[in-house]
Design a protein around this ligand. Structure first.
Ligand code: MSP
Length: 518
């Protein structure tokens, strides 16, 4: 079986996750479900990034030890992923003993090799991002990543010799055009960071101690990014006595990251891997952000939307649908309660839910619930309808294969709309009234067949809804496969449910906006 390794970033334990942070993981989970449906053996990794000054400060503020704090946060994260039915295979925590040991070994190895050297650092430091910047990297004198104030700091420190690898990295980018997606992220790295001259990276801190200590010089704590990035390897047992998962799954097939952490994953991470002589991931997918109308989601603006708020009222699938439908690969997506309710009512209740319900009731009314056999004769409308569907199915598949989930869903919804239109074109109620039985059979058969295909394609995105839909039209579990999109002859004489169960309940807009108010 072909293997597939997907990673999300490991999250900072700084508080509850909002819908923006949940996005990366929902996307990874969707890809996992899709790949599994295509027959891959998938390993998906997520977890918590537990070290660093920020974590220590948050714990202190709450009167807890850092370990107590991260333990609580790890539980919080896992509870949320359970609620969101995220099918990760391992939840990595950077306080795991074996991770700490491996990071120490890697550090010593880099020291020995001369990739890490000791020096002293004076620079402009962004506390929240735990990153040093040069004067030229600042934007309006502030941190280029988060926009906050930076402070001048000096400390004895170890450095990673990034310069040594800069040309090799550029060459790698050039020779592997699929490595970074989308392309403009690569251009950004080259123009903003590599071409102007890659600075060596300070990889230790002495100003706090909540981190992994340098084995040979324990007053230094290893920089949180060197620690955190390594999790993608340690999670698989790299450098451990049992490294079978590592041997099986590395290199990763896709690593998904948000735009704010692109630089760490597109520059430092590949360089660390080169220094370890390891193959690089096949792809790093960088997505944009979920924003609010008034800008970033943040505690200080009081505009945070938590996934629980949406899930508890509209269900998991509606929440996931909305997030995935937001176009986040090439641009930021704007969440608004109006848009959420509108999509819920129009896309899910009207387009999808009504289609399924109307069709099931027609199968019951005209054929006592048994999908009719039809004689294979197609008129122009049927031909056009089949062709449209098949072309669009291919398009959806291409888009998913290209990780363009938002457009994939959009295209899938054109099939749903087209299927609704087919009802109006064929007017089964008139066919029944006029006794045009063969035409009626063809219409109902085509409708059920399309709903079946829609159901199969929905499995990776909205698994429960898809399974519910397929159950209602009588498609057995063992025939719910991607291959069945191309070839399926199981429809003959299957029985649909007697009374369709609504997939989504229509909502009153005013009431919902009241509920969704922060
Ligand atoms: N701890 C680092 C990652 C280390 S990986 C070796 C980190 N953690 S984070 O909790 O801040 O972010 C986790 C993920 O959530 C990142 O991919 C980040 O881009 C993403 N998002 C945070 N806010 C987001 C939105 N508003 N919208 C979409 N994604 C967002 O970074």
């Amino acid at each position: 079986m072909k293997k597939y390794y997907i990673t999300t970033p490991i999250y900072y334990p700084s508080g509850k996750f909002h819908i923006g942070t949940a996005y990366t993981t929902v996307l990874a989970d969707t890809l996992k479900r899709y790949k599994q449906l295509r027959g891959y053996d998938v390993f998906m990794l997520t977890g918590l990034d537990e070290h660093g000054q920020k974590v220590q400060a948050v714990a202190e503020k709450q009167g807890k030890t850092p370990q107590e704090h991260v333990d609580e946060m790890a539980q919080m994260a896992q509870d949320l992923w359970a609620l969101m039915d995220i099918k990760y295979d391992h939840f990595m925590r950077t306080t795991a003993k074996w991770h700490e040991e491996t990071v120490q070994k890697i550090f010593e190895y880099f020291l020995e090799k001369g990739d890490i050297y000791k020096g002293s650092y004076e620079g402009l430091y962004c506390m929240p991002c735990e990153t040093y910047f040069t004067e030229t990297q600042l934007v309006d004198g502030k941190c280029p990543d988060c926009g906050r104030e930076v402070k001048l700091l000096k400390e004895e420190a170890y450095f990673f010799n990034m310069k040594k690898y800069a040309d090799k990295l550029l060459k790698y980018y050039e020779e592997h055009p699929d490595f970074i997606q989308p392309e403009n992220r690569k251009t950004e790295m080259i123009n903003n960071f590599i071409k102007p001259g890659l600075e060596d990276l300070c990889v230790t801190r002495t100003s706090f101690d909540w981190g992994i200590k340098v084995k040979s010089d324990p007053k230094h704590v290893i920089y949180v990014w060197l620690d955190a990035l390594t999790n993608y390897l340690t999670a698989l047992g790299y450098m451990q006595p049992d490294d079978s998962l590592f041997k099986k799954y590395w290199p990763a097939d896709i690593q998904i990251v948000g735009k704010d952490i692109a630089r760490f994953h597109l520059i430092y991470w590949p360089i660390f891997l080169m220094a370890l002589d390891l193959p690089l991931p096949k792809k790093i997918l960088v997505h944009n952000w979920v924003m609010m109308k008034d800008g970033k989601m943040s505690k200080s603006f009081g505009n945070i939307v938590y996934p629980e708020k949406l899930i508890n009222r509209y269900g998991l699938d509606a929440t996931k649908y909305y997030l995935l439908r937001m176009s986040l690969i090439s641009q930021d997506g704007i969440y608004s309660p109006e848009d959420f309710v509108e999509r819920y009512n129009s896309d899910l209740c009207n387009d999808l839910g009504n289609l399924v319900n109307r069709t099931i009731s027609m199968v019951n009314k005209y054929f006592s619930g048994i999908v009719p056999e039809y004689n294979g004769m197609k008129n122009e409308v049927d031909k056009e309808f089949e062709e449209f569907t098949n072309n669009k199915l291919k398009r959806v598949e291409q888009l998913i294969e290209n990780f363009d989930i938002s457009n994939g869903l959009q295209e899938l919804w054109t099939i749903i709309s087209r299927t609704n239109k087919y009802i109006d074109e064929t007017r089964p109620w008139e066919l029944s009234k006029n006794g045009e039985t063969e035409k009626l059979k063809s219409s109902i058969y085509h409708l059920i067949e399309n709903i079946r295909k829609i159901g199969i394609m929905l499995i990776p995105f909205m698994t429960d809804t898809a399974k519910n839909l397929l159950r209602q039209i009588g498609v057995p579990e063992n025939l719910q496969t991607w291959e069945s999109l191309e070839k399926y002859d199981g429809l003959k004489n299957i029985k649909v449910i007697e009374k369709g169960e609504p997939l989504f309940m229509r909502k009153d807009i005013e009431e919902e906006l009241e509920y969704l108010k922060n």
